[in-house]
Design a protein around this ligand. Structure first.
Ligand SMILES: [Mg+2]
Length: 255
């Protein structure tokens, strides 16, 4: 096992499962801090602000400050600002997305937009989708915070942001640029925030299709923990395989 200076850590399935904390999570973060490692929580959840995510973690006795949290909404807003800080943006989403766009000082608009951004919105309406379609057809660049098709909830799998985004891509025939895991855009931004090279960073997560694939595409080593989405029985069929696979985070030793 190699020594890593920085850790990118997924949340749902890795730190908690819905509203339930994963038992090994607080100790893992404490040991990471004691070992003097850098870290960032990276989440495809676009609906919450970094402050709200940190508060949720602290409620579960998992040490977290707002600046330890990097959401796909923050990555999306940073991406737009990097390309053109004067952009006019039409956004569908919840507080986490609007908060991130505001922090990057981007202008929200409903006409003559440079970008259309889609994040999960549980109050989605036909009117919002129609507006997004018209703007994309008129030439606005089409971004989506993440391609997650389904969202695990207590009631079962609900439509995820990928499903909402698909309404617009199917209707217009135009594919969006996705920002969140497994795309490289968010991973590269997270790596830059850690101020480390990809060889120094380990991506930790429970989902092979998002977290581990994101790490592999970003050229990082990966640690899959089987407390969430991907089951250990699937390991023989995964290609390429995660660098490491463990059943619980207590098994991980910081070097
Ligand atoms: Mg996860």
């Amino acid at each position: 096992m190699k020594a890593y200076d920085g850790y990118l850590i997924d949340l749902d399935g890795t730190m908690y499962l819905g509203k339930e904390r994963i038992e090994a999570a607080p100790g893992f973060i404490q040991r990471l801090k004691d070992a003097g490692k850098k870290h960032l929580f990276v989440t495809n959840n676009s609906t919450r602000t970094q402050e709200q995510v940190a508060a949720k973690l602290r409620q579960m006795d998992i040490a977290a400050e707002p600046e330890d949290v990097f959401t796909t909404s923050m990555a999306t807003a940073a991406f737009i600002r990097e390309h053109n800080p004067a952009s006019r943006v039409f956004a569908i989403g919840e507080e986490g997305l609007f908060d991130a766009l505001e922090k990057e000082e981007l202008t929200l608009a409903e006409e003559n937009c440079d970008y259309v951004v889609i994040g999960l919105d549980t109050s989605i309406t036909y009117e919002k989708l129609a507006k997004a379609c018209l703007l994309v057809r008129a030439g606005a660049k089409f971004l989506s915070t993440n391609s997650d098709r389904a969202l695990p909830t207590d009631a079962g799998l609900m439509p995820g942001n990928g499903a909402i985004t698909a309404v617009i891509s199917v209707s217009t025939g135009i594919e969006p640029t996705f920002i969140g895991k497994p795309e490289n855009i968010m991973m590269e931004q997270a790596r830059k925030l850690l101020d480390l090279n990809k060889e120094q960073v380990l991506m930790v997560g429970d989902n092979y299709l998002t977290d581990i694939t994101a790490g592999i595409r970003a050229g990082m080593d990966t640690l899959m923990v089987c407390t969430g989405f991907t089951r250990r029985e699937e390991l023989p069929f995964l290609d390429p395989k995660p660098t490491y696979t463990i059943d619980t985070l207590t098994e991980w030793e910081f070097k």
